[in-house]
Each structure stands twice: as C-alpha cells, then as structure tokens.
Design a protein around this ligand. Sequence first.
Ligand SMILES: N[C@@H](CCC(=O)N[C@@H](CS)C(=O)NCC(=O)O)C(=O)O
Length: 243
Amino acid sequence: MSQPLVLISHALCPYVQRAVIALTEKGVTCERVSVDLANKPRWFEALSPLGKTPVLKVGSTVIFESAVILEYLEETEPRPLHPVDPLRRAEHRALIEYGSAVLNDIAQFYSAPDAAGFADKQARLARRFDWLEARVAATPWFDGDSFSLVDAVFAPILRYFDVFDGIDNFGMLAAKPNLARWRGALAARPSVRHAVSADYAARLSAFLAVRKGHLSRLMAAKASVLQPSPGPTGGFAGASGHA
Ligand SMILES: N[C@@H](CCC(=O)N[C@@H](CS)C(=O)NCC(=O)O)C(=O)O
C-alpha cells in the first residue's frame, strides 16, 4: 500500500503550485498543510532543512526542493508528465530550471527598492520571456498535446502577471503571441485554476503592496485599481522567499 502524502504549503508559493498541479494532473490525493513563512512554526523549522515550502512528506520521509518532488511524483505516480524520449526529457528538466531562474527574477522585480533597479529587473524579465517566446511554438501546451511538468512550472509564473497587469502595463510579455496563447490555455486548465485559493490575487496584491519597494509605490499611486480589503497575506518570507 502506498504511503500517505502531505504537502507543506504556502498560499502564494509558486513552487508549491508546481507540485499541486502535478498531483492534480496525476489524480493523486494529498493532504495540504499551510505554514506562515513570515512566522515559521517550530515544527516546520525542524522538518524543513532549508526552511522553505514546498515539503512533501511521504510517510515519515521528508522530500524538499520542488523539482525533486516533481521527479519523485513522476517516478511513483501514474499519468507521466515528462516526455518518454530522454533528450526531450532532459530539455524539459532544463526548462524547469529556467522556470526557477525566472521566479528569482520575479522576486527581484517586485522587491526592487528603486526605479533604476526596477527597470533593470523588468528588462531582465523581458529578455527571459523573449527566449521563452521563441521556444514555445507548440499548442496548446509547451510540447503540443500533452500537458507536461514544464506547463506546471510556467503556469504559476504567468499567473503573477494577472496581478502585475492590474498595476500597470510593464511590457514584459508584450508582442509575444506564443506566450499569450500559452498563458490563456494554462489559466483555463482546471489543475492550474484550483492550485490556488479564490482569494489568491487579493492576497498577492496585499503581499506586493507592503514590499516597500518601487512596485509598492506604483501600487499606492494606482490604489484605485486595486481590490479593496484583500485581507491577511498569510505571511510570506520576503525577497529571498522565492530563491
Ligand atoms: N528551490 C526551492 C525554492 C522554494 C522557495 O523559495 N520557497 C519559498 C516560498 S515560495 C520559501 O519557502 N521561502 C521561505 C524562506 O526562504 O525563508 C524549491 O524549488 O522548492
């Protein structure tokens, strides 16, 4: 009999979302336990050697690092999300790593303290998406008909822009028709939609608004377009939170 799975999560964590999307696509039942990353409980610090979400508990064994969790699920659960061909699979793994680099850039973008730093991170993200635009030629998913782990990794990345776009048009995804199409397909996928709670956008807005950086100031200036009363952010660790 397979061992029970518990995913230690945070409501805004894009790395958690990858794991949740993969679990849903595979039809795997998994208990979710949320932690406050701004005020980490002692049991979490004892459990998670890097102090980060996600952590997957498999029985009494602790697996950390989202890419490792994805690989474990791939090896143990049905409905493969990796291509069969070793070269394609290697390429997908490389894209997952690229996704993590983009998440780092996004964290630096929303945490940039001043306008110059913000513009720098904005330009870097635009370059990252230029490269991706040239690579995402298939439809509807990254590699065509089969939803893959690469789709699971980029869905949370592109979801950020639902909130960023409400603040301003930062242009990072402009004139990128392949990414626009992919973003739309991902946003409509049930596993992607249900990977976050209904109040995700409000929570993310609330989190971004208190970063005390350039983006927070832009948000304050455009407060009229923000959702009212977003409620608690659920505690998120900070710029390093996505590292
Ligand atoms: N490389 C890690 C990154 C995970 C990560 O950065 N998680 C963030 C939340 S999205 C976190 O737990 N931050 C808390 C901290 O760094 O103290 C992975 O892929 O799992």
